[in-house]
Design a protein around this ligand. Structure first.
Ligand SMILES: Nc1nc2c(ncn2[C@@H]2O[C@H](COP(=O)(O)OP(=O)(O)OP(=O)(O)O)[C@@H](O)[C@H]2O)c(=O)[nH]1
Ligand SMILES: [Mg+2]
Length: 330
């Protein structure tokens, strides 16, 4: 297929071309390869903000208010709602769409929902590609929202420069409910619903957790660890009211502060290198799995190996090693 016309229209900031290309990369990994190959050189301008939190913590309300503020500031925004747990027609997502609707008429806003369909190389792979399309579409900021419960989210957030996690007062176990992997990559803890009682207790709980974590992590006097500590960003905590927008100015200041920190310490470069490594790994996993599947279904040697394993003269590990040899990638 020739996608050059669609890509030209994407570069002209046509929303319909962006929507069309997103659908294509979600559903057809071969097409995705071709499209990303053509647009990759235009990427790298958008700032990626990851937002997560337990169900009910207020993600939709928070993002809706944030969107209003950023769009009023003249920013062009892309929002990707990733829900690995539900099909696209899920009720929660539908509710979100209705709540988000007031922004739909705005020209500089593009909202896209993604769910766990297709599994073509994984949701993280598809999300990476959608981020790139929105980047080329001219978005200044791309917000990626997930529900914060699974490993796939950790993968998804590997491309975010800043990750914010939403917590709420009077919910005792929400810190524990968030995957450990997500905690480690969190830059800003947002205690939402500051109008409710117990907000300061929640802030104290988080800072206690962070102190504990840092004393645990850096108790060794190993020089490189100390060095990491100096250069490492200390996660910030902010309380907000997503219904009124209270303290959103502080939240945005922290995002700016983090953005500058990444630039000044050149951490952004290592983020980028890591992102490239991770992304390539995802693609390789997909491609190699396909190759192996094809080999297993078509190579005559395989049948022989299976019989040998049945005879117990070969074990599955050794058979796997033989297949790796057949692939010629050892
Ligand atoms: N009092 C108060 N309520 C809030 C605030 N932010 C959100 N809420 C309410 O909390 C409830 C959940 O908010 P949502 O924005 O739907 O939360 P969510 O994280 O998107 O939830 P899921 O999509 O189900 O995961 C709603 O009833 C909101 O009105 C806040 O700052 N203060
Ligand atoms: Mg929601």
């Amino acid at each position: 297929m020739d996608y050059s016309d669609l890509i030209k229209r994407l570069l002209n900031n046509e929303p319909r071309a962006a929507a069309r290309l997103i659908t294509i990369v979600e559903n057809d990994i071969t097409a995705a390869e071709e499209i990303i190959n053509s647009i990759y050189k235009y990427t790298g301008n958008a700032y990626i903000l990851g937002v997560t939190g337990a169900p009910g913590s207020g993600k939709s309300t928070f993002i809706s208010t944030l969107t209003k503020i950023l769009v009023e500031q003249g920013k062009k925004l892309g929002i990707i709602c990733v829900d690995p747990t539900s099909p696209l027609t899920g009720g929660a997502l539908l509710g979100d769409r209705i709540r988000m609707k007031e922004h739909f008429t705005l020209n500089n806003l593009f909202i896209r929902s993604m769910a766990n369909r297709g599994q073509l190389g994984g949701l993280a792979r598809a999300t990476e590609d959608v981020i790139k399309i929105l980047d080329v579409y001219g978005c200044d900021i791309v917000i990626v929202e997930t529900v914060g419960v699974g490993q796939s989210e950790v993968d998804i957030f590997k491309s975010a420069q800043t990750v914010a996690v939403l917590l709420q007062p009077e919910v005792g176990d929400d810190i524990q409910a968030i995957k450990a992997g997500i905690m480690e990559i969190t830059d800003i803890f947002v205690v939402n619903k500051m109008d409710l009682p117990g907000v300061d207790r929640k802030v104290a709980e988080i800072s206690q957790m962070l102190e504990l974590e840092s004393s645990f992590k850096y108790s060794s006097d190993d020089f490189s660890k100390e060095f990491t500590k100096i250069r490492k960003w200390t996660p910030e905590i902010v309380k907000v009211n997503s219904k009124t927008g209270e303290n959103f100015d502080i939240f945005l200041e922290i995002v700016d502060h983090h953005k500058n920190f990444l630039k000044e310490t050149s951490i952004i470069e290592s983020y980028e290198k890591n992102r490239i490594k991770n992304e390539t790994l995802q693609i390789l996993k997909h491609k190699l799995t396909k190759k192996v599947e094809k080999l297993i279904s078509s190579n005559s040697e395989i049948e022989k190996y299976i019989n040998l394993v049945m005879d117990k003269s070969l074990d599955p590990y050794s058979m796997a090693n033989l297949i790796i040899k057949l692939l010629g990638i050892e």
